[in-house]
Design a protein around this ligand. Structure first.
Ligand code: AMP
Length: 468
C-alpha cells in the first residue's frame, strides 16, 4: 500500500490542492485505485461510504483532463446531497487547474444549470433523472465524455434509478473509462459491469468495508413506549458533541426532533418532505456546528459528510441491512473514532440478528443508562429552560465490538449482557422462564440453522418472549 500521494506522480497543482484539503496520506481505497485510474483501467471498487472514494476517482480524473468545451467526465450519484458533496470535493481538487465542475440535480433551477453548462464545464456530477433531462434537452453533450463514474451504484439501484443509469450509460461514447463504486454488489450492479465495462479490474477494500472495525457499536433493549425516554437518557449521559438520530419515517423524525427540543436540546429534523433549500440549510448549519443533534431519515442523510460526527443513534433499526452500514458510516470517518447505538425493541430482534450476520460482527448490549437523580427531578423545569447545546461533553467511552469472519458464530459465543445483573436476569412469559444461558443456546441454535423457516419462526418467538 502507498503511504504518500507523491508515488502517483500527480502534478504540482494537485499536490497544492491536497495540501489545502489536509489530505496527507492516501486512504486504502485511494492507494488501491489511483494508479489504475491514471492508467486508464476500468474499475469496480467495492468500498463503503466514508472510505475516501471521491478522491480515489476525483484526483486522477482532475489530473488527466484539461479544460475543454464539452464535459469530459460524468459522475452519477444517487442523491442531490451526494452530488453537491462530490462536486464540492472535485472543485477543491481542481482549484489550481483551469477545470470547471458543476452539479446537476432534481429540484434545482434547471435554467441555472443550463447557463452553467452552456458556459462550458469539464466535470459534471449529477443525479440520474436530471442528467437524462439535460441529455434530452441537448444541454449536456456526451460526445467528449472520457470518464464515467457510477458512485454508490447499489444505492442508485435501491432507489429505482437502474433503468435511468442504463439509459445514460448507453448514450456515452464507447471509448471511455468507466469506474463503478459500490458498497455491495447486487446482481443488477454486476450486470452493468459485465455489459458496459472493458475488462474491469475489481478492487475490494476489505478492512474499510468492515465499517464496524472503526466504529464501536452497541444496542440498548427498550420497550416501545419508552423509546423517547431512553433516547433522552442516552444523550444526556453519553453527551455526544454531535450526533445523528436516525428514524425510519418522516413522521417519527418530526416527533423525535420536537421531543428533543422540548427536553432542552437543539435538534433539527431532516427528511424528504422538507424543501431542498431547507434541507441544505439544515445540513450546512449542522456541519458548521450550529446545533448538536440532527434527526434524519436514511434518504435525507445519505452522502452527508461530517468529519467530526462522534455518535449515530438508530432510534429505529433500519429495515434494510445495508442502511445500517450507511448510517453508522456517518461516524468514524477517515479513521476517526465513532460510536453507534441502536434502540432495539422486541419486534427488532430478528432484524438485529440479520444485521449482525450482514456486518459479520456481534453488536453488544449495554444496560440502559440511568439519568442522574438531579436530572430526573429537574426534568420539568429543565424542559422550560432555553435550549442548551451539547458541547464540551465527556469523551464517549469506547465499547468493544467483537468481529467474526464468516457466517457461523462459534456456538460458545452468545449474546453478551452487561452490568445491572442482566446476565442473571430471568424473564417469564406464558409460564416459561428463560435464563440468559437458555437464550444464548436459542441464539446459537438460530444461527446454526438459519435456513429452516419453521425452526427460525419458533426460535424467533422464543427470543421475542424473552424480551416481553
Ligand atoms: P469520501 O468517502 O470520499 O466521502 O470521504 C470521506 C471523508 O474522508 C471526507 O470527509 C473526506 O474529506 C475525507 N478524506 C478522504 N480522503 C482523505 C485523505 N486521504 N486524508 C484525510 N481525509 C480524507
Amino acid at each position: 500500500m502507498n503511504t504518500t500521494f507523491k508515488q502517483f506522480n500527480l502534478s504540482e497543482q494537485l499536490h497544492k490542492a491536497l495540501a489545502d484539503m489536509g489530505f496527507e496520506t492516501p486512504t486504502p481505497v485511494q492507494s488501491a485505485s489511483i494508479a489504475d485510474v491514471l492508467n486508464g483501467v476500468d474499475l469496480i471498487v467495492r468500498a463503503k461510504t466514508g472510505s475516501g472514494k471521491t478522491a480515489a476517482f476525483g484526483l486522477p480524473i482532475v489530473e488527466r483532463i484539461e479544460s475543454g468545451q464539452s464535459p469530459q467526465a460524468l459522475i452519477l450519484t444517487p442523491t442531490r446531497e451526494l452530488a453537491l458533496q462530490v462536486d464540492s470535493d472535485i472543485k477543491k481538487m481542481a482549484k489550481y487547474k483551469k477545470i470547471k465542475a458543476t452539479a446537476v440535480y432534481g429540484q434545482h433551477n434547471i435554467d441555472v444549470e443550463i447557463a452553467e453548462l452552456t458556459k462550458g464545464v469539464d466535470i459534471v456530477t449529477g443525479t440520474p433523472g436530471r442528467v437524462i433531462d439535460h441529455l434530452e434537452r441537448r444541454t449536456l453533450y456526451p460526445n467528449e465524455i472520457k470518464y464515467l463514474v457510477l458512485d454508490e451504484a447499489d444505492r442508485m439501484l435501491d432507489m429505482g434509478f437502474i433503468d435511468q443509469v442504463m439509459a445514460i450509460v448507453e448514450q456515452m461514447p464507447k471509448a471511455r473509462q468507466t469506474l463503478l463504486f459500490s458498497a455491495t454488489m447486487p446482481f443488477e450492479v454486476q450486470t452493468i459491469a459485465w455489459a458496459h465495462m472493458k475488462d474491469p479490474k475489481t478492487i475490494e477494500i476489505e478492512s474499510e468495508t468492515k465499517t464496524v472495525d472503526l466504529i464501536d457499536q452497541a444496542y440498548f433493549r427498550v420497550r416501545h413506549n419508552e423509546k423517547r425516554k431512553q433516547l433522552n437518557a442516552i444523550i444526556r449521559t453519553k453527551k455526544p458533541k454531535s450526533c445523528i438520530v436516525f428514524c425510519n419515517t418522516r413522521r417519527t423524525v418530526d416527533r423525535v426532533a420536537e421531543f428533543l427540543n422540548h427536553r432542552g436540546y437543539h435538534a433539527e429534523p431532516l427528511h424528504g418532505a422538507l424543501t431542498q433549500a431547507r434541507r441544505l440549510k439544515t445540513i450546512n448549519k449542522f456541519k458548521r456546528d450550529k446545533f448538536a443533534i440532527l434527526v434524519a431519515t436514511d434518504v435525507a442523510a445519505r452522502g452527508i459528510h461530517i468529519d467530526d460526527l462522534n455518535m449515530v443513534i438508530n432510534y429505529d433499526l433500519p429495515v434494510e441491512k445495508d442502511a445500517y452500514i450507511h448510517r453508522i458510516g456517518r461516524t468514524g470517518r477517515a479513521g476517526n473514532d465513532g460510536v453507534a447505538y441502536s434502540l432495539v425493541t422486541s419486534d427488532d430482534v430478528m432484524t438485529l440478528y440479520e444485521i449482525e450476520e450482514h456486518i459479520g460482527a456481534l453488536i453488544e448490549e449495554l444496560p440502559l443508562p440511568k439519568l442522574p437523580k438531579s436530572d430526573r427531578t429537574k426534568k420539568k423545569r429543565f424542559a422550560d429552560k432555553k435550549r442548551v447545546r451539547l458541547s464540551g461533553g465527556s469523551v464517549v467511552k469506547p465499547i468493544s465490538c467483537k468481529v467474526y469472519k464468516g457466517k457461523a458464530e462459534p456456538s460458545s459465543t452468545g449474546r453478551k449482557s452487561h452490568g445491572s445483573g442482566q446476565a442473571e436476569k430471568q424473564s417469564s412469559t406464558a409460564g416459561k422462564a428463560y435464563s440468559d444461558d437458555r437464550v444464548k443456546a436459542i441464539i446459537a441454535q438460530y444461527k446454526s440453522k438459519p435456513n429452516g423457516p419453521a425452526k427460525r419462526k419458533s426460535i424467533f418467538e422464543k427470543i421475542k418472549s424473552w424480551f416481553n
